[in-house]
Design a binder for this molecule. Structure first.
Ligand code: WT7
Length: 637
């Protein structure tokens, strides 16, 4: 059997789950035994949630790329590792076998070495969804450099913040990226970012769009030229750097309830074991299957379930450059048809947006290869769940609604495809190794079923974050200080009468817009940067397609003469400071915000107004000036 730790029945799930709770170390040691280690661990786990200090597979030595590439060469050398579908369906797709990928990763790893990158150095990657992105990520891992991938939709300012925080010494980018009918000038954005980033010594630019770029002498290098140099050297091999189990593998920035994104840190062995275990089990991957995850590698889903999970399992992973709605709303179904995709893993926001186009784009696509469907990123509403089930899965494919986070490294609560029960709108049951617990405001455990609470995890799992880069205290206060001895997820959760979990959404000031996490404080900071803005308050409201939309209440310095123009200016500012993904959907100018006498904004009231619930605003008597509420209600967008 390809994966001896793959769960094959409901009984096996129950057995594994029991074992993982009774003997977590024995359980994970059994899984970890099936990887390639340079040296096995001395101790499976050391931990406390106080500091926090969590170490898995202590003393173990390995390289994740030997597990994703080298160990498959004997058996899977000619098997497709990555099938790449370009943005433009007229352009030829690419099939990269495990042997090809191994060669390309080694080649580019040598490029990085030639440019002075060493173990532990941070490398920022800002690229579109092309195979070279996966190659760049793996090349960093090969030589022990820490990658920090930044999503192509972030602005120069956001990239600069991330590069400075990580003190990255090298950036890998492209001239541009194709996404739908757009052509995003990545290198030009990097040029703007680097004005404020003295730590960056080199920029490697991969050709994709042939957009004109300015190459700075002594700093900027073409990917293709650097590869030629390695070829001239006779393509020497690139032995993998021996990494400690707890050496840093990557940093990925994510928003929280404060203004500044934090660099979530994942380490080598635990992350690898967890990404692989959860991939193999959740999707019940079988050798030879074609697996397609529509996420972007700029987010954790792309890290764990386009690259590391599938490749460590020797799977064939489809990587798609474009967007689901271009050139038409049938693109995901065409790709499924073209490559005979067996598993399709996508986001509720994509499903909802495609639902809006009706069945035209689905008809005449052969979806008979599909066996399993997956959803991730936000709660999936029942309507979207059923549409996906009936029209894409034709009623015969299980849907796994996978709950997890950037910080968890991999899937935590989910059905196991075709093995454990599913229930629309529910992430259902924890995977083995995951011990969820619901607590009330004071941190008291809420036991029994049919209860609501804040979702925490009470025991470490191998894929969990270890720290937030450069600021361990922030990791402690954000995740481990709210409740004693628990990891706090920030999500609210229901456990129903059957013991199934249903995530009800964030309980902090974090929005989930189209499956992307955006902190309200970050958006407020960006709006407040705009000249003429005195203060702002940002809340979420239900949005048919995005899940949540962004609603901004803004106090302007002077009377606003042309609200439409001023709104456009504010949107432009937010785009510049964070990126287009953070642009408010609605802006309302107000003369004041509902504040308590101590000056705290009462967001509860603003949220209700944004949701259109004007009647039940609750107690407003503690407000400094209750009259502003009436004014805001009148001006609602
Ligand atoms: C937040 C994490 C996990 C990768 C993509 C997002 C929400 C995620 C689900 C789900 C309900 C979900 C949670 C979580 N979320 N998956 N299946 N059902 N909510 O990663 O940016 O780290 O966001 O996304 O609120 O805390 P992320």
């Amino acid at each position: 059997m390809a994966y001896p730790y793959q769960i094959r029945s409901l009984e096996e799930y129950q057995q594994q789950y029991q074992q993982s709770v009774m003997d977590p170390e024995g359980f994970w040691a059994n899984v970890a035994d099936h990887f390639y280690w340079r040296r096995k661990w001395d101790k499976v786990l050391e931990w406390n949630f106080k500091e926090p200090d969590v170490k898995w597979f202590v003393g173990g030595k390995l390289n994740i790329t030997e597990n994703c590439l080298d160990r498959h060469l004997g058996t899977l050398g000619n098997t497709p590792a990555i099938i790449w579908e370009p943005n433009d369906p007229e352009e030829r797709h690419r099939v990269i076998t495990y042997r090809d990928l191994y060669n390309k990763v080694c080649q580019f790893a040598n490029v990085l070495k030639n440019n002075g990158v060493k173990k532990g150095d941070r490398v920022c990657i800002y690229m579109g969804m092309i195979p070279e992105l996966a190659i760049a990520v793996l090349a960093c891992a090969r030589i022990g450099a820490v990658h920090s991938v930044v999503f192509g939709g972030f602005s120069a300012q956001s990239i600069a913040d991330r590069i400075q925080d990580a003190q990255a010494s090298l950036v890998i980018t492209c001239d541009g990226a194709f996404r739908g009918n757009k052509d995003i000038p990545l290198k030009s954005v990097i040029d703007d970012a680097l004005i404020a980033c003295p730590s960056v010594k080199k920029v490697i630019v991969c050709t994709r769009t042939r957009t004109p770029v300015s190459m700075i002498k002594g700093r900027d290098l073409w990917w293709e030229d650097e590869i030629k140099q390695v070829e001239t050297m006779g393509n020497p091999p690139c032995p993998a750097e021996e990494m400690d189990a707890e050496d840093m593998l990557f940093i990925l920035y994510t928003s929280g309830s404060t203004g500044k994104p934090k660099g979530v840190v994942h380490t080598t062995a635990g992350y690898m074991v967890y990404a692989n275990y959860t991939f193999v089990n959740t999707f019940q991957y079988q050798p030879g299957e074609v697996y397609f995850c529509t996420a972007d590698v700029g987010w954790i889903t792309g890290h764990s379930y386009i690259i590391y999970g599938p490749l460590s399992a020797g799977a064939t992973t489809v990587m798609f450059e474009g967007v689901p709605t271009w050139p038409d709303a049938g693109r995901l179904w065409s790709i499924t048809d073209k490559f005979r995709v067996n598993t399709l893993y996508t986001a509720p926001t994509a499903i909802r947006s495609l639902m809006g186009y009706g069945l035209g784009p689905v008809n005449h696509k052969d979806l008979s290869s599909l066996k399993k469907l997956g959803s991730v990123g936000e709660p999936i509403n029942e309507e979207a769940w059923h549409w996906f089930k009936d029209n894409i899965g034709k009623g015969r494919c299980p849907i796994v609604d996978t709950w997890w986070q950037t910080e968890t490294g991999g899937i935590m609560i989910t059905p196991i495809a075709g093995i454990t029960p599913e229930k629309p709108g529910y992430a259902t049951l924890p995977l083995p190794g995951v011990q969820p617990i619901l607590v009330d405001e004071r941190g008291q455990e809420i036991t029994g079923n049919n209860v609501n609470g804040n979702l925490c995890i009470k025991f470490p799992w191998p894929g969990m974050l270890r720290t937030t880069y450069g600021d361990h205290e922030r990791c402690r206060t954000t995740y481990f200080a709210t409740y004693d001895n628990l990891y706090f997820t920030g999500d609210g959760c229901l456990r129903d009468e059957d013991g199934y979990y249903r995530i009800t959404g964030r309980v902090d000031d974090v929005l989930n817009v189209s499956g992307h996490r955006i902190g309200t404080a970050e958006v407020e900071n960006a709006i407040n940067m705009h000249a003429g803005v005195v203060e702002s308050a940002v809340v979420g409201y239900p949005h048919d397609i995005k899940g949540q939309g962004i609603y901004a209440f803004v106090i302007a310095e002077k009377m606003v003469h042309d609200p439409e123009l001023s709104k456009k200016d504010i949107l432009q500012t937010v785009s510049r400071i964070i990126g287009p993904i953070a642009k408010p959907d609605k802006i309302q100018f107000v003369s004041g915000l509902p504040k308590t006498r101590s000056g705290k904004i009462m967001r509860r009231i603003l949220r209700k107004i944004a949701e259109g619930e004007m009647e039940n605003l609750g107690d407003t008597s503690t407000l400094l000036d209750p009259n502003v509420v009436d004014e805001i209600k009148k001006g609602k967008q």
